[in-house]
Design a protein around this ligand. Sequence first.
Ligand code: PGA
Ligand code: MG
Length: 224
Amino acid sequence: MAGTVVFDLDGTLADTSADLIAAANACFAARGIDVALDPVADALTAFHGGRAMLRAGYGRMGSGMLLPPGAEDEDFPRLLSHYGENIAVHTKLYPGVEETLDRLQADGHILAVCTNKPGALAEALLDALGVRGRFASMIAADTLPVRKPDPRPYHAAVERAGGRVASSFLVGDTETDRKTATAAGVKVALVSFGPEGEGISRLAPDALIAHFEELPELARLWLG
Ligand SMILES: O=C(O)COP(=O)(O)O
Ligand SMILES: [Mg+2]
């Protein structure tokens, strides 16, 4: 019996860190803040989203610099707009993603995306990477009034894809994904090829995957 495999986007399907960081750095430059996040060292922060990157940058400002009130709320839309215009300059699918999606579909599984990226950006990115058509549904940060780790976006991703939550699991990369799966009552596989490496096992995922090639076997085990 086939089931539904739900994927997180940033840090799971695609390494978006360099383009996300470039967008944050453009905001710091526009403000005259002499701070730049590093695409490799700060990748973990990038996978926690735009606001996390802005806060990290502000936190590294010299003590002589003052941030005006509301700076983050002003910079966030600026970051999103810069990012939207440069969404797939450096971004790539992780190794084996396309072959694995092929395999999962050939095994009869339904594929879905549940991301905390704004919907327009998530659509644009999946299109640019040539994989939008693989996913029967895509629930983003602004599709519903709530986002991950609330379980509702996950449930909606499975249901809108035509699947059943009881026969589904999540593939993700952060604590948000771990919490989402727990709240949704499903298993989670966390990837260990991200910036935290095998350290991500601290979140006690039901499985740790070092490569996408491991997923079809896991799907057979968990979904039948
Ligand atoms: O953009 C974010 O906040 C994270 O996006 P993700 O849920 O696809 O990892
Ligand atoms: Mg992620």
